[in-house]
Write a protein that binds this ligand. Structure first.
Ligand code: ATP
Length: 236
């Protein structure tokens, strides 16, 4: 097991946003978290990446307890998050944004290699636009840049928060393919999505989060066939 989230609860101003959430992620799989607005999906990702420390419960990554570590230490251990809404640095160029992702790394040759062989291979569009200000990229390109920036920290586990949000169906398909490619080369992904159809199509396992609790979990294939999931998240 690569990641184990054990019974975590997290609060904002004494109000619980998630309650007793447990999730396990195996090495190399895509795990989807689906659920409606405000269910607690983002809070779960923030807890894993160290941006929101859980009030109770534990998180273990590669056998090490991480739930009290600051975000930069968690990133250095191999977890990178792509936040909802991309949040690229708009005035900086594409290349500068990508290099920001590697700011904790020291090995210059490996950084250059990841830029050429990892990021530009998955995102050839970014290579054509290295000198362009990130704020002038299209929504889909900004999503690619945010994902490329996260990959520049050479993560073992990638946390994606709503990568399809606001994108055209064609661009959603393109991002979906890239997530699949990233998975195929051995990286592990936790995918938070409102687009349950996309998420359940990509993932091996999935969790349905409803008002801070896990309502349902299992193989993605089974959840796709589940009547409640169909009704609530797949449009009947
Ligand atoms: P969405 O898909 O809308 O982003 P989500 O499933 O990711 O939803 P969260 O963002 O984790 O849900 O929010 C869970 C609950 O925590 C919500 O009730 C939300 O209002 C609350 N919450 C989230 N962030 C904060 C914050 N910074 N301060 C106070 N409450 C917050």
């Amino acid at each position: 097991m690569l990641l184990e989230v054990k019974d975590i609860t997290a609060h904002y101003f004494k109000v619980p946003a998630i309650r007793n959430i447990s999730i396990t992620v195996d090495d190399g799989e895509i795990v989807a978290l689906i659920g409606s607005n405000g269910a607690g999906k983002t809070t779960t990702l923030r807890a894993i990446s160290g941006l929101k420390h859980p009030t109770t419960g534990e998180i273990h990554f590669k056998g090490q307890r991480i739930d009290k570590l600051p975000p930069h230490k968690i990133n250095a251990l191999g977890i990178a998050m792509v936040p909802e809404g991309r949040r690229v640095f708009p005035q900086m160029t594409v290349l500068e944004n990508l290099l920001m992702g590697a700011f904790l790394r020291k090995e210059k040759d490996a950084i250059q290699k990841d830029l050429d062989e990892l990021v530009f291979r998955h995102f050839p569009r970014l290579k054509e636009r290295t000198a362009q200000a990130a704020g002038t990229l299209s929504g889909g390109e900004q999503q690619m840049l945010a994902m490329g920036r996260a990959l520049m920290s050479a993560p073992k586990l990638l946390l994606l928060d709503e990568p399809s949000l606001g994108l055209s169906p064609i661009m959603c398909g393109e991002i979906g393919k890239i997530i699949m490619n990233i998975h195929t080369e051995g990286r592990t992904v936790i995918l938070v999505e409102q687009n349950a159809r996309l998420a359940l199509g990509l993932a091996q396992h999935a969790y349905v989060i409803e008002t801070g609790d896990i309502a349902l979990s299992g193989p993605a294939k089974e959840l796709r066939e589940n009547d409640d999931v169909k009704k609530a998240y797949l449009g009947g």
